[in-house]
Design a protein around this ligand. Structure first.
Ligand code: GRF
Length: 196
């Protein structure tokens, strides 16, 4: 299965996936990385791993649609089967979603449907909930609303700082995402597609 990773920032999840593929824990090939932010640290990780990277902000495209069509052209050239969003801070439009139905997944740092949006960890922390976690889901046109594939719960200790909560959430992400991707890769390799 050919994978594309989409990221906008640090890329610690991208790194966890790169490491899992290298260790033979995911039966797939990372064909490319798509990044919308030329200053993102994930670009260094991609270089270090020797992965082809496409960097384009929608602001540097004539339109959102043109930006999406450029990305689709790039993905097609790399024969991508599954798109993995890992800290990608843009909403995908109809073009990408229609080209890759049920072939785009995302990771979110809360137990969806609780705390969707950009600050899932901080929102859960500020709400004072006793439990949060990580969700992996298919991407649809909404914000963090697509069908849930997997979730892992985390009990929040009352003495934890926000930073401690963040560290615990990221630790779960880095082990859960590679496992779910491997599950999808296995299904894809058995059936020739990850579409149920
Ligand atoms: C992660 O917490 C992910 O769940 C969210 O954005 C963050 C990205 O972190 N969507 P990183 O860039 O993978 O380090």
């Amino acid at each position: 299965m050919n994978l594309a990773l989409f990221a906008s920032g640090n890329g610690s999840n991208v790194q966890a996936i790169i490491d899992a593929v290298k260790a033979g824990k995911i039966a797939g090939n990372i064909k490319c990385i798509v990044c919308d932010n030329s200053k993102a640290y994930v670009i260094n990780r991609a270089k270090e791993a020797g992965i082809d990277t496409f960097i384009l902000s929608p602001k540097d495209s004539p339109s959102r649609q043109a930006w999406e069509l450029e990305i689709i052209k790039y993905l097609k050239a790399h024969k991508v089967d599954l798109i993995i969003l890992a800290g990608f801070m843009r909403i995908l439009g109809a073009n990408l979603l229609n080209h890759y139905p049920k072939k785009i997944i995302n990771i979110h740092p809360s137990l969806l449907p609780a705390f969707p949006g950009r600050q899932g960890i901080q929102d859960a922390y500020n709400a004072g909930v006793k439990e949060s976690g990580v969700t992996i889901h298919y991407v649809d046109e909404g914000i963090d609303t697509g069908e849930i594939i997997a979730q892992k719960r985390l009990q929040i200790q009352p003495e934890w700082t926000l930073e401690e909560l963040e560290n615990n959430i990221h630790q779960i992400e880095h082990s859960l995402y590679p496992k779910v991707i491997q599950q999808l890769a296995k299904e894809f390799n058995e059936k020739g597609s990850n579409v149920k």
